[in-house]
Design a binder for this molecule. Sequence first.
Ligand SMILES: NC(=O)c1ccc[n+]([C@@H]2O[C@H](COP(=O)([O-])OP(=O)(O)OC[C@H]3O[C@@H](n4cnc5c(N)ncnc54)[C@H](OP(=O)(O)O)[C@@H]3O)[C@@H](O)[C@H]2O)c1
Length: 245
Amino acid sequence: MRQLFPPRDGFLADEALDRAYGDEPADFVRVNFVASADGAATLDGRAGGLGSATDQQVLRLLRDRADGILVGAGTAMAESYRALRDDPVRAAARTARGLSRVPPLILVSQRLSVDPSEPIIAKAVARTVIVTCAGSDLERREALAAVTPVIVAGEETVDLRLARTALAERGLRRLVCEGGPTLLGTALAAGIVDELCLTVSPMLAGPGAGRIVDGHLVIDPVRLRLRHLLEDDGFLFLRYALAPS
Ligand SMILES: NC(=O)c1ccc[n+]([C@@H]2O[C@H](COP(=O)([O-])OP(=O)(O)OC[C@H]3O[C@@H](n4cnc5c(N)ncnc54)[C@H](OP(=O)(O)O)[C@@H]3O)[C@@H](O)[C@H]2O)c1
């Protein structure tokens, strides 16, 4: 891995790579996405084909500095999300920062189609937090609440500002959001995003796939400030700060 901006000589070893993503404040929402050079957020319906081993390394590194991993129900389903296991290497990195051994998944859903018996709930070491809204199905919500924490924020859809406050009250203040595009659209509209980490894959995906921001909400263009640009095997790793709204 090389650091192109700010300019820095030499190869970025693991420790320096880790430091490159450091210094975030205690209350922080970081978003992590990958896109092709022509802006596609998926290849054959998934993000995985766009990434690389180093992209996965960055994903793990960002998870290692988060209190929780925020993800939309669409992504959890498309990417077959599982709750994280207790991995001693990851746990050591996390506890050295004063974080819990395993970060919980925070699943955002209005329809609540996830079943309490599914591994993402039932097998979670750190209990998965469900974030939903008052308009969700009461029976489903109660069934989930019997086995895992459920936060109700907003009426017809999840109000991510309220959700962020409720998560902070549970000690989940530093979040990494892994998408997907609908959730990112909602998060941008709510003004809760502090940083975007974007991997640009050296690939043209062709027409068809959506972009990293989607949904029906109207969002004013958001100005980004480049914090760093890293390169590995043609993959670009951009770290952008969002201008405060
Ligand atoms: N390129 C990348 O880095 C990347 C990252 C992540 C995902 N993806 C791709 O993106 C695709 C999925 O896209 P998507 O837009 O459907 O993903 P998504 O944002 O993860 O899922 C959308 C779903 O999340 C829930 N949701 C999001 N915001 C909500 C809100 N404010 N209130 C209530 N519910 C809310 C709803 O779930 P319910 O339907 O349950 O109500 C909604 O249908 C997949 O193909 C995945 O592979 C790509």
